[in-house]
Design a protein around this ligand. Sequence first.
Ligand SMILES: NC(=O)CCC(=O)C(=O)O
Length: 260
Amino acid sequence: MLQVAVNEDEPVASRRRRVAGLVRDQAGADLVVLPELWTTGAFAYEEFGGEAEPLEGPTFEAMAKAASDAGVWLHAGSIPERDPDGPLYNTSLVLSPSGDLAAAYRKIHRFGFDKGEAVLMGAGDALVTVRLPQTVVGVATCYDLRFPELFRGLVDAGAETLVVPAGWPERRRSHWTLLARARAVENQAFVLACGTAGTHAGVPQAGHSIVVDPWGEVLAEAGPGEEVLTVDFDPATVAGTRERFPALKDRVLGLDRPRR
Ligand SMILES: NC(=O)CCC(=O)C(=O)O
């Protein structure tokens, strides 16, 4: 995972070039993951409109080239997407090792309550999973981490590895770690949660990207600064854990409304 520092003194085009270089350096990896809105910064609301781009715009082009140069699957984090016929979206891109767009996910839960992303961007309405050679990836973004039903939906769709790019602030770092572990334990899945470092729009970022196994153990955790966090794991652990401790089979469905 590439925990990119997002500071406003670095122009977006320079950061895009720098991150493409970091992706190229990961040749030999199976999957590389970038954070949420790493071009603008997740809290730089005033930049969203000016930096918004089409799905296959400059960030896609730079990342597709980097993924194919490195020969890796790339979760390229998210971009502020400009839909020609609709609002902006916070959209994650997953690219294959040949640089093709394998999946796009529009963030479902927008952060900010009555301001920021929640009013500037539209909400996605579709769960997204992607089959990689090693595992089925379920995709979510940052604030989505607080909504367990989304992750359960991804698991029902076959996800074994839950990838969560984020721009999580330092002031709520304890929630980040707790929620990443909770989503891993309750879904008996790997969680790869990749945040940003640095400070933008006056909001210090938490860093501390984290990889959690299906038993809730932390396999790797980054520090606060820009960092490449590399981890080896065996996706077969998911099936083994679900077989040995089959809690997912004990779910009682239809409890979302109280009985009268
Ligand atoms: N970019 C985000 O979604 C921020 C989420 C956040 O700060 C929180 O859930 O807390």
